[in-house]
Ligand binder design. Structure first.
Ligand code: ATP
Length: 513
């Protein structure tokens, strides 16, 4: 089995074993691509939301947050283009009966070519050592150039076929490239068909006059249709932004890879409304700002890269993804799009209402342009969880599993651990717990050997363990143990609040952006 697969399996089993993520409806054998967050998962998820919300709403005086409903007027999805164009091309394998996204099969084929290309570069880097000039090698090496040209030709042809709805050519491309079902090797494919990703439902009790609705496939439209309400009541001038965190639903054709691609998931989106003509400047600004926000988490700059879109969606004049190095390779974590005035103009047309802004500086009214940042909360969870989960061999040869989350995001901030229950240690520990519980999410435990208790806290990422022993009763001091260094230190009980706060506050994280 490939090493990456092992790592991913460990991530999934650790998430379940330690109360982070459970398969939904597990006692009924689960529901495909739907997951529940357990006691530690819900805390981590809430902390990620806080980090995003504070960075957007609290740090920017011109960004406000809203919470719009999941159900929206059905015409909204006509205006946004989702009814007509929110489709994925699907293809079935006749032998394995498995369903795939045709574009993903082709993209995966290209990713394999890219791997070969990277191997050539790595080989050359080893051969030439310090004298290696990567840029020059990439620009001149015939093999690398050949791989690149091949990839570009395939992706351009696919983009064109998808754009012109030439699904027969997408099938032809799959056949020409001899792409097989990755699990069975079969090349017995059906035609390629379009599949709409929205879930439908009904509003109203009587079936004859019930209204057909959709579960929202993105949170953005709730912001667009409220933009004028928010602008007028907040009295913000352009540029200003509206942020929102909420559920979105997509009937994904292939929903594998754990919480990376789910049918019910959460998005954290911000729409930035700007004067026409300034959108590309703000697009660049938000690209860089969002990358900095990710980098502040400390998961390593080498794990992020931009992917600029060549094929743009019908509403965009520039678009990029921030990709992250997940256990299964680099994949989209966040999208940054310059959405022009497409959505607001469409809503004007379909609703018959004016959505214009009067610009006092330009002395004219216009429909604002929009730059959007959209990050998947669950994908961010997976990025953090999979990168922070580590097996370590300690100096004495023993092993431990540690989840080295950024302390501000850790589900439990400190564990209060009396060495034993008797001799008044438990009572003393409880007074500490009761004093600190108003400021931090704590965990209290008095069972098992202290070493075992430390390991359990390491496994859920608790930054600080506080041990209460007999000396504590005499001199009001306790031992604190640091999750990452495992160093122990004797401190005064009176200093605990300050020490924990210095370690886990959001200020430290936010000031890095
Ligand atoms: P992909 O290409 O991976 O399907 P997308 O380009 O359709 O993603 P967007 O519409 O740009 O995604 O949505 C914004 C963000 O929402 C994505 O960057 C991703 O983090 C998250 N997201 C989208 N679809 C899902 C899903 N099915 N499960 C979990 N997160 C998702």
């Amino acid at each position: 089995m490939a090493k990456q697969e092992d790592v991913f399996k460990k991530v999934i089993s650790h998430a379940k074993e330690y109360g982070f993520i459970f398969p939904s409806s597990e006692i009924y054998d689960g529901l495909s691509a739907i997951y529940d967050y357990g006691q530690n998962g819900a805390e981590l998820k809430n902390n990620i939301k806080q980090y995003w919300w504070k960075a957007m709403v609290q740090l920017n005086e011109n960004i406000v947050g809203i919470d719009s409903a999941i159900f929206m007027h059905p015409t909204i999805w006509k205006a946004s283009g989702h009814v007509d164009a929110f489709n994925d091309p699907l293809i079935d394998n006749k032998d394995s009966k498995k369903r795939f996204r045709a574009d993903v099969l082709i993209e995966d084929y290209c990713a394999k070519i890219e791997e070969k290309e990277n191997k050539e570069i790595e080989k050359a880097a080893k051969r030439f050592g310090d004298a290696f000039d990567k840029a020059e090698f990439e620009a001149t090496n015939p093999k690398v150039l050949e791989y690149r040209a091949k990839r570009a030709a395939i992706l351009t042809r696919m983009a064109k076929s998808l754009e012109t709805e030439n699904l027969a050519d997408v099938k032809a491309l799959i056949e020409e490239l001899e792409i097989a079902d990755p699990d069975t090797g079969s090349r017995n494919w059906t035609e390629v068909r379009q599949f709409n990703l929205m879930f439908g439902t009904k509003l109203g009790a009587a079936s004859e006059n019930a209204t057909e609705l959709y579960l929202r496939p993105e949170t953005a439209q709730g912001i667009f249709v409220n933009y004028l309400n928010v602008q007028k009541t907040s009295r913000h001038k352009l540029p200003f932004g509206i942020a929102q965190i909420g559920k979105a639903f997509r009937n994904e054709i292939v929903a594998r890879q754990f919480i990376f691609r789910m049918r019910e998931f959460e998005q954290m989106e911000m729409q930035y409304f700007v004067p026409p003509g300034t959108e590309l400047e703000f697009y660049e600004y938000w690209k860089q700002t969002r990358l900095k926000w990710h980098l502040a988490l400390g998961l390593g700059a080498e794990n992020y890269r931009f992917h600029d879109h060549e094929k743009l969606a019908h509403y965009a004049n520039a678009a990029a993804d921030i990709e992250f190095n997940f256990p299964f390779g680099f994949k989209e974590l966040e999208g940054i799009h310059s959405r022009t005035d497409f959505d607001l103009k469409a809503h004007e047309k379909f609703s018959g209402r004016k959505l214009q802004y009067f610009d006092p500086e330009r002395n004219e009214s216009y429909v604002p342009y929009v730059v959007e940042t959209s990050v998947g909360l669950d994908r961010l969870f997976l990025a953090l969880f999979s990168t922070c989960l580590k097996d370590e061999v300690l100096e004495d040869g023993s092993e431990r599993t540690v989840l080295s989350l950024p302390p501000a995001l850790a589900p439990v901030k400190a564990a209060i651990l009396p060495l034993m229950k008797k001799d008044g240690l438990a009572e003393y520990a409880e007074t500490i717990f009761n004093d600190l519980k108003y400021d931090f999410n704590l965990f209290y435990e008095e069972k098992d050997a202290i070493g075992k208790r430390y390991r359990r806290q390491d496994a859920i990422g608790t930054p600080i363990c506080i041990t209460i022993d007999h000396d504590s009763l005499a001199d009001n001091t306790v031992t604190i143990r640091d999750r990452d260094t495992m160093k122990q230190e004797r401190v005064a009980v009176a200093d605990l609040r300050r020490i924990i706060d210095e370690k886990v506050n959001f200020r430290t994280l936010l000031s890095k952006i």
